[in-house]
Design a protein around this ligand. Structure first.
Ligand SMILES: Cc1cc2nc3c(=O)[nH]c(=O)nc-3n(C[C@H](O)[C@H](O)[C@H](O)COP(=O)(O)O)c2cc1C
Length: 307
Protein backbone atom coordinates (compact mmCIF):
# COMPACT_ATOMS: atom_id res chain seq x y z
CA UNK A 1 0.00 0.00 0.00
CA UNK A 2 1.30 3.43 -0.90
CA UNK A 3 0.04 5.44 2.07
CA UNK A 4 -2.80 7.07 0.12
CA UNK A 5 -5.40 4.78 1.67
CA UNK A 6 -4.90 5.92 5.27
CA UNK A 7 -8.09 6.95 7.06
CA UNK A 8 -8.62 8.24 10.56
CA UNK A 9 -11.54 7.63 12.90
CA UNK A 10 -11.37 9.20 16.36
CA UNK A 11 -7.59 9.36 16.91
CA UNK A 12 -6.86 6.04 15.23
CA UNK A 13 -5.15 5.84 11.88
CA UNK A 14 -6.00 2.83 9.72
CA UNK A 15 -3.71 1.89 6.80
CA UNK A 16 -6.66 0.91 4.63
CA UNK A 17 -10.40 1.67 4.74
CA UNK A 18 -11.13 -2.06 4.35
CA UNK A 19 -12.24 -3.94 7.46
CA UNK A 20 -13.11 -7.64 7.79
CA UNK A 21 -16.74 -7.85 8.98
CA UNK A 22 -17.70 -9.63 12.16
CA UNK A 23 -18.48 -13.32 11.86
CA UNK A 24 -16.77 -13.80 8.53
CA UNK A 25 -13.13 -13.69 9.60
CA UNK A 26 -13.09 -15.54 12.91
CA UNK A 27 -10.58 -13.89 15.21
CA UNK A 28 -8.14 -13.15 12.39
CA UNK A 29 -5.59 -15.84 13.16
CA UNK A 30 -7.59 -18.47 11.27
CA UNK A 31 -6.73 -16.68 8.01
CA UNK A 32 -3.12 -15.80 8.78
CA UNK A 33 -1.68 -18.59 6.57
CA UNK A 34 -3.50 -17.52 3.42
CA UNK A 35 -4.03 -13.77 3.84
CA UNK A 36 -1.65 -10.92 4.54
CA UNK A 37 -3.61 -9.62 7.52
CA UNK A 38 -2.11 -6.14 7.18
CA UNK A 39 -4.06 -5.73 3.90
CA UNK A 40 -7.00 -5.03 6.19
CA UNK A 41 -7.13 -1.67 7.96
CA UNK A 42 -8.69 -3.64 10.82
CA UNK A 43 -10.55 -6.83 11.52
CA UNK A 44 -13.72 -7.16 13.58
CA UNK A 45 -13.87 -10.33 15.64
CA UNK A 46 -16.78 -12.74 15.72
CA UNK A 47 -19.37 -11.45 18.19
CA UNK A 48 -18.42 -12.15 21.80
CA UNK A 49 -20.95 -12.74 24.54
CA UNK A 50 -20.33 -12.90 28.28
CA UNK A 51 -20.80 -16.66 28.52
CA UNK A 52 -19.93 -19.20 25.83
CA UNK A 53 -22.64 -19.85 23.25
CA UNK A 54 -23.05 -23.01 21.21
CA UNK A 55 -25.14 -21.24 18.63
CA UNK A 56 -28.11 -22.49 16.65
CA UNK A 57 -28.76 -26.04 15.42
CA UNK A 58 -27.65 -26.92 11.86
CA UNK A 59 -27.96 -26.23 9.01
CA UNK A 60 -26.49 -22.83 9.79
CA UNK A 61 -25.86 -21.60 6.28
CA UNK A 62 -27.90 -21.77 3.09
CA UNK A 63 -26.59 -20.45 -0.21
CA UNK A 64 -28.83 -18.49 -2.55
CA UNK A 65 -27.95 -17.34 -6.09
CA UNK A 66 -26.71 -13.98 -4.86
CA UNK A 67 -25.96 -14.27 -1.18
CA UNK A 68 -26.27 -16.49 1.85
CA UNK A 69 -28.61 -16.94 4.75
CA UNK A 70 -26.88 -17.64 8.04
CA UNK A 71 -28.22 -18.71 11.35
CA UNK A 72 -25.03 -19.03 13.40
CA UNK A 73 -26.63 -17.75 16.59
CA UNK A 74 -23.54 -15.99 17.93
CA UNK A 75 -21.61 -19.22 18.57
CA UNK A 76 -18.52 -18.05 20.45
CA UNK A 77 -16.24 -19.10 23.32
CA UNK A 78 -17.44 -16.40 25.74
CA UNK A 79 -15.46 -13.45 27.10
CA UNK A 80 -13.10 -15.21 29.51
CA UNK A 81 -12.00 -17.87 27.01
CA UNK A 82 -11.68 -15.18 24.32
CA UNK A 83 -9.33 -13.20 26.55
CA UNK A 84 -7.36 -16.25 27.54
CA UNK A 85 -6.88 -17.37 23.93
CA UNK A 86 -6.23 -14.04 22.22
CA UNK A 87 -4.69 -11.70 24.80
CA UNK A 88 -1.16 -12.64 23.81
CA UNK A 89 -1.96 -13.11 20.13
CA UNK A 90 -3.21 -9.52 19.88
CA UNK A 91 -0.16 -8.10 21.70
CA UNK A 92 1.69 -8.31 18.42
CA UNK A 93 -0.81 -8.53 15.59
CA UNK A 94 -0.38 -7.36 11.98
CA UNK A 95 -3.57 -5.31 11.95
CA UNK A 96 -5.89 -3.47 14.33
CA UNK A 97 -8.52 -5.47 16.13
CA UNK A 98 -12.06 -4.36 16.96
CA UNK A 99 -14.11 -6.64 19.20
CA UNK A 100 -17.72 -7.19 18.20
CA UNK A 101 -19.92 -7.57 21.28
CA UNK A 102 -23.38 -9.10 21.50
CA UNK A 103 -25.28 -9.13 24.78
CA UNK A 104 -28.79 -9.22 26.12
CA UNK A 105 -28.61 -6.56 28.81
CA UNK A 106 -26.83 -3.28 29.40
CA UNK A 107 -25.02 -4.78 32.42
CA UNK A 108 -23.73 -7.64 30.30
CA UNK A 109 -22.35 -5.30 27.62
CA UNK A 110 -20.57 -3.29 30.33
CA UNK A 111 -19.16 -6.37 32.03
CA UNK A 112 -17.73 -7.70 28.76
CA UNK A 113 -16.10 -4.36 27.98
CA UNK A 114 -14.63 -4.06 31.46
CA UNK A 115 -12.99 -7.47 31.02
CA UNK A 116 -11.68 -6.72 27.53
CA UNK A 117 -10.30 -3.28 28.42
CA UNK A 118 -6.88 -4.69 29.26
CA UNK A 119 -6.28 -6.55 26.03
CA UNK A 120 -4.66 -4.91 23.03
CA UNK A 121 -7.60 -3.98 20.78
CA UNK A 122 -8.54 -0.54 19.45
CA UNK A 123 -12.24 -0.59 20.14
CA UNK A 124 -15.64 -2.20 20.22
CA UNK A 125 -18.38 -2.73 17.71
CA UNK A 126 -21.62 -2.88 19.63
CA UNK A 127 -23.97 -5.29 17.93
CA UNK A 128 -27.47 -4.20 18.83
CA UNK A 129 -28.77 -5.99 15.80
CA UNK A 130 -28.13 -9.73 15.71
CA UNK A 131 -31.07 -11.41 13.93
CA UNK A 132 -30.01 -14.91 14.97
CA UNK A 133 -30.34 -14.87 18.72
CA UNK A 134 -33.75 -14.62 20.31
CA UNK A 135 -32.69 -11.62 22.34
CA UNK A 136 -29.65 -10.71 20.25
CA UNK A 137 -29.62 -7.10 21.30
CA UNK A 138 -32.65 -6.60 19.10
CA UNK A 139 -34.62 -4.96 21.88
CA UNK A 140 -32.07 -2.15 21.89
CA UNK A 141 -32.80 -1.64 18.20
CA UNK A 142 -36.51 -1.46 18.82
CA UNK A 143 -36.25 1.64 20.96
CA UNK A 144 -33.95 4.64 20.36
CA UNK A 145 -34.14 5.49 24.10
CA UNK A 146 -32.67 2.11 24.99
CA UNK A 147 -30.01 2.50 22.33
CA UNK A 148 -29.17 5.90 23.79
CA UNK A 149 -28.95 4.57 27.33
CA UNK A 150 -26.79 1.61 26.33
CA UNK A 151 -24.32 3.64 24.29
CA UNK A 152 -24.22 6.39 26.94
CA UNK A 153 -23.17 3.87 29.59
CA UNK A 154 -20.66 2.22 27.28
CA UNK A 155 -19.24 5.65 26.42
CA UNK A 156 -18.69 6.37 30.11
CA UNK A 157 -16.96 3.03 30.60
CA UNK A 158 -14.26 3.29 27.91
CA UNK A 159 -12.07 5.79 26.07
CA UNK A 160 -11.64 3.36 23.21
CA UNK A 161 -13.34 3.53 19.83
CA UNK A 162 -17.05 2.78 20.15
CA UNK A 163 -18.86 1.80 16.96
CA UNK A 164 -22.60 1.13 17.07
CA UNK A 165 -23.67 -1.49 14.54
CA UNK A 166 -27.19 -1.07 13.22
CA UNK A 167 -29.67 -3.47 11.74
CA UNK A 168 -31.60 -2.89 8.52
CA UNK A 169 -34.56 -4.74 9.99
CA UNK A 170 -35.98 -1.71 11.75
CA UNK A 171 -37.64 1.18 10.02
CA UNK A 172 -36.22 3.74 12.47
CA UNK A 173 -32.59 3.32 11.50
CA UNK A 174 -32.08 7.10 11.29
CA UNK A 175 -33.44 7.56 14.82
CA UNK A 176 -31.15 4.80 16.10
CA UNK A 177 -28.16 6.41 14.38
CA UNK A 178 -29.02 9.79 15.89
CA UNK A 179 -29.52 8.30 19.36
CA UNK A 180 -26.14 6.53 19.11
CA UNK A 181 -24.42 9.75 18.05
CA UNK A 182 -26.01 11.77 20.85
CA UNK A 183 -24.97 9.12 23.36
CA UNK A 184 -21.33 9.45 22.36
CA UNK A 185 -20.73 6.69 19.81
CA UNK A 186 -17.62 7.48 17.74
CA UNK A 187 -18.99 5.89 14.60
CA UNK A 188 -21.94 3.97 13.18
CA UNK A 189 -21.53 0.77 11.20
CA UNK A 190 -24.27 -0.68 9.02
CA UNK A 191 -25.75 -2.90 7.80
CA UNK A 192 -26.05 -6.12 9.66
CA UNK A 193 -27.88 -8.87 7.76
CA UNK A 194 -31.44 -8.58 6.48
CA UNK A 195 -33.93 -11.12 7.84
CA UNK A 196 -34.47 -13.90 5.33
CA UNK A 197 -35.74 -17.45 5.06
CA UNK A 198 -35.61 -20.52 2.88
CA UNK A 199 -37.75 -23.64 2.55
CA UNK A 200 -36.43 -27.17 1.90
CA UNK A 201 -39.11 -28.34 -0.55
CA UNK A 202 -38.37 -32.05 -0.01
CA UNK A 203 -38.69 -32.09 3.77
CA UNK A 204 -40.99 -29.10 4.11
CA UNK A 205 -38.79 -27.73 6.88
CA UNK A 206 -36.91 -24.47 6.99
CA UNK A 207 -33.71 -24.61 4.93
CA UNK A 208 -31.75 -23.43 7.96
CA UNK A 209 -32.03 -24.78 11.48
CA UNK A 210 -34.10 -21.87 12.74
CA UNK A 211 -37.10 -20.36 11.01
CA UNK A 212 -35.34 -17.17 9.90
CA UNK A 213 -31.74 -16.21 9.32
CA UNK A 214 -29.66 -13.23 8.33
CA UNK A 215 -29.28 -12.60 4.60
CA UNK A 216 -26.01 -11.12 3.32
CA UNK A 217 -23.95 -10.93 0.13
CA UNK A 218 -24.25 -9.20 -3.26
CA UNK A 219 -28.07 -9.19 -3.32
CA UNK A 220 -28.28 -6.78 -0.38
CA UNK A 221 -25.84 -4.18 -1.75
CA UNK A 222 -28.35 -1.71 -3.26
CA UNK A 223 -30.45 -1.71 -0.08
CA UNK A 224 -27.39 -1.41 2.16
CA UNK A 225 -26.00 1.44 0.06
CA UNK A 226 -29.27 3.38 0.39
CA UNK A 227 -29.29 2.93 4.17
CA UNK A 228 -25.64 4.01 4.42
CA UNK A 229 -26.43 7.06 2.29
CA UNK A 230 -29.40 7.94 4.55
CA UNK A 231 -27.28 7.49 7.69
CA UNK A 232 -24.45 9.68 6.38
CA UNK A 233 -27.05 12.42 5.84
CA UNK A 234 -28.39 11.96 9.39
CA UNK A 235 -25.27 11.99 11.58
CA UNK A 236 -21.99 13.89 11.71
CA UNK A 237 -19.91 11.04 13.11
CA UNK A 238 -18.15 8.66 10.69
CA UNK A 239 -20.19 5.91 9.06
CA UNK A 240 -18.67 2.53 8.23
CA UNK A 241 -20.58 0.97 5.35
CA UNK A 242 -21.13 -2.67 4.54
CA UNK A 243 -23.55 -5.05 2.89
CA UNK A 244 -22.80 -7.01 -0.26
CA UNK A 245 -19.44 -5.44 -1.05
CA UNK A 246 -17.83 -7.82 -3.51
CA UNK A 247 -15.03 -5.84 -5.15
CA UNK A 248 -13.27 -2.48 -5.36
CA UNK A 249 -16.01 -0.88 -7.41
CA UNK A 250 -18.65 -1.77 -4.78
CA UNK A 251 -16.39 -0.39 -2.04
CA UNK A 252 -15.97 2.87 -3.98
CA UNK A 253 -19.75 3.31 -4.21
CA UNK A 254 -20.01 3.15 -0.40
CA UNK A 255 -17.13 5.62 0.01
CA UNK A 256 -18.71 7.97 -2.54
CA UNK A 257 -22.00 8.13 -0.64
CA UNK A 258 -19.98 9.13 2.40
CA UNK A 259 -18.81 6.03 4.27
CA UNK A 260 -15.35 6.66 5.75
CA UNK A 261 -14.51 2.99 5.87
CA UNK A 262 -16.12 -0.19 4.56
CA UNK A 263 -16.43 -3.76 5.77
CA UNK A 264 -16.43 -6.91 3.69
CA UNK A 265 -18.14 -10.01 5.00
CA UNK A 266 -19.59 -12.78 2.84
CA UNK A 267 -17.22 -11.95 -0.04
CA UNK A 268 -14.29 -13.13 2.10
CA UNK A 269 -15.59 -16.70 1.85
CA UNK A 270 -15.19 -16.57 -1.93
CA UNK A 271 -12.08 -14.45 -2.05
CA UNK A 272 -9.99 -14.26 1.12
CA UNK A 273 -7.63 -11.85 -0.71
CA UNK A 274 -10.41 -9.32 -1.19
CA UNK A 275 -8.77 -6.61 0.94
CA UNK A 276 -5.68 -6.75 -1.26
CA UNK A 277 -7.87 -6.49 -4.38
CA UNK A 278 -9.92 -3.57 -3.04
CA UNK A 279 -6.78 -1.69 -1.94
CA UNK A 280 -5.33 -2.15 -5.44
CA UNK A 281 -8.53 -0.94 -7.05
CA UNK A 282 -8.70 2.13 -4.81
CA UNK A 283 -5.08 3.06 -5.45
CA UNK A 284 -5.72 2.80 -9.20
CA UNK A 285 -8.93 4.84 -8.91
CA UNK A 286 -7.17 7.58 -6.91
CA UNK A 287 -4.51 7.82 -9.58
CA UNK A 288 -6.92 7.70 -12.50
CA UNK A 289 -9.04 10.50 -11.03
CA UNK A 290 -6.02 12.66 -10.20
CA UNK A 291 -6.80 12.56 -6.45
CA UNK A 292 -4.08 12.73 -3.82
CA UNK A 293 -5.63 10.28 -1.34
CA UNK A 294 -8.68 8.27 -0.32
CA UNK A 295 -10.32 11.19 1.49
CA UNK A 296 -10.96 12.80 -1.88
CA UNK A 297 -13.27 9.92 -2.80
CA UNK A 298 -15.36 10.05 0.37
CA UNK A 299 -18.69 11.85 -0.12
CA UNK A 300 -18.17 12.69 -3.80
CA UNK A 301 -21.52 11.26 -4.86
CA UNK A 302 -23.32 13.96 -6.88
CA UNK A 303 -26.89 12.70 -6.56
CA UNK A 304 -29.38 12.56 -9.41
CA UNK A 305 -28.17 14.12 -12.64
CA UNK A 306 -31.50 15.95 -12.91
CA UNK A 307 -31.59 17.67 -9.53
C1 LIG B 1 -21.66 -16.27 8.79
C2 LIG B 1 -21.88 -14.86 9.30
C3 LIG B 1 -21.73 -14.59 10.66
C4 LIG B 1 -21.94 -13.29 11.14
N1 LIG B 1 -21.75 -13.03 12.48
C5 LIG B 1 -21.88 -11.74 12.93
C6 LIG B 1 -21.62 -11.43 14.30
O1 LIG B 1 -21.22 -12.27 15.11
N2 LIG B 1 -21.79 -10.13 14.71
C7 LIG B 1 -22.20 -9.15 13.82
O2 LIG B 1 -22.33 -7.99 14.23
N3 LIG B 1 -22.44 -9.43 12.52
C8 LIG B 1 -22.29 -10.68 12.06
N4 LIG B 1 -22.51 -10.95 10.73
C9 LIG B 1 -22.93 -9.86 9.82
C10 LIG B 1 -21.74 -9.30 9.01
O3 LIG B 1 -20.77 -8.76 9.86
C11 LIG B 1 -22.24 -8.22 8.02
O4 LIG B 1 -22.86 -7.18 8.75
C12 LIG B 1 -23.24 -8.76 7.01
O5 LIG B 1 -22.89 -10.07 6.60
C13 LIG B 1 -23.37 -7.88 5.76
O6 LIG B 1 -22.16 -7.79 5.05
P1 LIG B 1 -21.81 -8.74 3.77
O7 LIG B 1 -22.97 -8.66 2.83
O8 LIG B 1 -20.53 -8.16 3.22
O9 LIG B 1 -21.63 -10.12 4.30
C14 LIG B 1 -22.31 -12.25 10.23
C15 LIG B 1 -22.47 -12.54 8.87
C16 LIG B 1 -22.26 -13.83 8.38
C17 LIG B 1 -22.42 -14.09 6.91
Amino acid sequence: MNGKLKVKIKDIEFNSPVIAASGTFGFGVEYSDIVNLSDFGAIVTKGISLLPKEGNPPPRIVETPCGLINSIGLANPGTDAFIETYKEVYEDFPTKVIVNIGAETEEEFLEIIEKIENINVVGYEINISCPNVDKGGMMFSEDPNRTYSLIRHIRKSTHRLVITKLSPNFCNIKELAKASEEAGSDAISLVNTFLGMSVDIETGFSGIGKLFGGFSGPAIKPMALKLVYDTVKTVKIPVIGMGGINNGSDATEFLMVGAQMIQVGSAIFKNPQIAFDINNFLEGYIERKGFSNINEIIGTFKGSRYE
